[in-house]
Design a protein around this ligand. Structure first.
Ligand code: ADP
Ligand code: MG
Length: 246
């Protein structure tokens, strides 16, 4: 891959569910180390877009290239591409019957054939990073929502992805736990992780985003650096959205 080439290249993608157009001619580039925050009302296609990036959703037309590989080229091994993408969901989706550390070591051992001791060492290092190493032997139900989401982030990082995708990672959390999860994400951003984040946390968007993308009705309506996006949005629809939420 050419170093100057965006690590994610989305060109003119479309997706319909029945007759409903969930993605309407969406194009987006993400550079290495770039932090993109995706905003928009419920049902605007944000999750569908994120899911398309790791092919949890197929698209009807257009192209998506991740790290130089076309997601829809049949000769590409989708599982290899997926290893480069970490994904964190609103509902943490931890494996309930496994300890925190087992949640972190499963994929590296199974998919990367990492020796167990090495996977555990990596897992503990990542738990340190998200501030809950002392919970390594606990089960997910014994943790708060904020702690579970931090484990989910650590689990995604355990595959050493090049890109992290976050779909409303704090939306299911009690307000007092949102900050601890955002702090972990802010640290990741500082370390230079390439991130695409769907969120309603405007403070995070302002502080962390290199580029804010506003979606409505399956389209990207506006794309701008955060200061311009929040202070001087170009489109009426963006202004209306911001008036409603700020
Ligand atoms: P957002 O994440 O912005 O709230 P989504 O991408 O989840 O929006 O959904 C966009 C639209 O597509 C919604 O109206 C939703 O009902 C519809 N949709 C999403 N997934 C499916 C599906 N699997 N089947 C049918 N409709 C879907
Ligand atoms: Mg969504």
């Amino acid at each position: 891959m050419n170093a100057a080439e965006p690590i994610i290249q989305i060109k003119n993608i479309n997706k319909t569910f029945g007759t409903f157009k969930a993605l309407d001619d969406v194009s987006l580039d993400v550079s290495v180390g770039e932090r993109v925050v995706v905003l928009g009302p419920s049902g605007s296609g944000k999750s569908t877009l994120l899911r398309a990036i790791n092919r949890l959703e197929t698209i009807d037309s257009g192209t998506i290239i991740v790290d130089g590989r076309n997601l829809y080229d049949p000769s590409q091994d989708i599982n290899r591409i997926r290893m480069e993408l970490g994904m964190v969901f609103q509902s943490f989706n931890l494996f309930r019957h496994m300890t925190v550390l087992e949640n972190l070591t499963l994929a590296p051992i199974k998919l990367k054939k990492m020796p167990k001791s090495q996977a555990e060492e990596l897992g503990l290092k990542l738990l340190d990073k998200v501030g809950i190493r002392e919970k390594a032997d606990w089960y997910p139900v014994q943790l708060s929502g904020g702690q579970q989401q931090r484990v989910a982030i650590a689990r995604a990082l355990a595959m050493e992805p090049k890109i992290m995708l976050f779909d409303e990672p704090t939306s299911a959390l009690d307000p007092e736990m949102i900050g601890e999860v955002l702090d972990v994400m802010i640290n990741l951003a500082r370390e230079g992780m390439t991130m695409v984040v769907v969120t309603h946390e405007m403070g995070f968007a302002r502080e962390v985003a290199d580029k804010v993308v506003f979606m409505d009705e399956g389209k990207i309506v506006e794309m701008a650096p955060p200061d311009r996006f929040f202070e001087n949005p170009e489109h009426k629809r963006t202004r209306k959205f911001l008036e409603q939420i700020l």
